[in-house]
Ligand binder design. Structure first.
Ligand code: GTP
Ligand code: MG
Length: 236
């Protein structure tokens, strides 16, 4: 009877410890890491294809992509970057810190500015598992219906950035945009909400956000390195 809750707690505790190690590796490599969470079909991989295409001469992006059974997303992304690792989770409904750690072993972090982790399509399970990322992104799309932010408050509350994709479909399907915006604002005023359409290549706000955050991470690392050198000099 009493074993059930402690087992779940232990799993999350172990995951948190591994996530901390992942975070240290990201910090040391100066890599800005994001966890992209959204429902199946929200357009996560489409957004990453667009991003890799648009930013290929600007920043080096690696992707770890989680999927229960196929390498299809990884194959799509491999057309645009050699820094792609596909993780099959089988019956698992989310990626965990250990899977990300193993996938990171297949990447040269030192060559990257940004690592995007496309989580398994799911709005619930991935939210509880810290991967060591700097930012968590919650992605919704118009075709899922305007009630999804309200129905999945844990994702909205914990996200650093929210994306609403498939804005091109607004004229064709019932979607109360004002209500969706209101639900998001009610749950999380701090996270920006970016309304985009990947198929129309209308996602400049996302590219701006990503490049700005990647730049901040790089300067943070440079400042850290200067500080380390200054401390080493003062100890000589
Ligand atoms: N209309 C429209 N369709 C889009 C847009 N972005 C993506 N799609 C389509 O949505 C479908 C799902 O896109 P994916 O990128 O595979 O979605 P995903 O979130 O990666 O899905 P999973 O990996 O299965 O969770 C594809 O048919 C895309 O072409 C968009 O902005 N507008
Ligand atoms: Mg995908």
């Amino acid at each position: 009877m009493s074993t059930k809750v402690p087992i779940v707690e232990n799993v999350l505790k172990l995951n948190d410890e591994l996530a901390l190690q992942n975070r240290e590796l990201f910090q040391r490599s100066g890599v800005f890491a994001v966890d992209l969470i959204g429902a199946p079909g929200a357009g996560k991989t489409a957004l990453l294809e667009f991003t890799l295409r648009q930013l290929k001469d600007v920043i080096n992006i690696g992707v770890i992509v989680g999927d229960p059974a196929t390498s299809r997303d990884g194959d799509r992304l491999a057309k645009y970057s050699r820094h792609i690792v596909q993780v099959n989770t089988g019956s698992g409904c989310h990626l965990d810190a250990n899977q990300v750690r193993h996938a990171m072993d297949k990447l040269k972090l030192a060559d990257l500015d940004v690592l995007i982790i496309e989580n398994v399509g799911n709005l619930i399970c991935p939210v509880s598992f810290n991967l060591g990322q700097h930012c968590k992104i919650g992605m919704f799309s118009v075709s899922e219906g305007d009630d999804k932010a309200a129905k999945h408050p844990n994702l909205v509350v914990s996200a650093d950035l929210l994306i609403l994709n498939k804005m091109d479909l607004i004229p064709y399907i019932p979607f109360d945009l004002a209500r969706f915006r209101q639900d998001v604002e009610h749950l999380n005023r701090a996270a920006p909400l970016l309304e985009i359409s990947v198929v129309r290549n209308q996602a400049a706000s996302w590219l701006d956000w990503l490049t700005a955050r990647a730049g901040q991470q790089k300067s943070f690392r440079k400042a850290g390195k200067h500080k380390e050198k200054a401390v080493a000099r003062s100890q000589r």
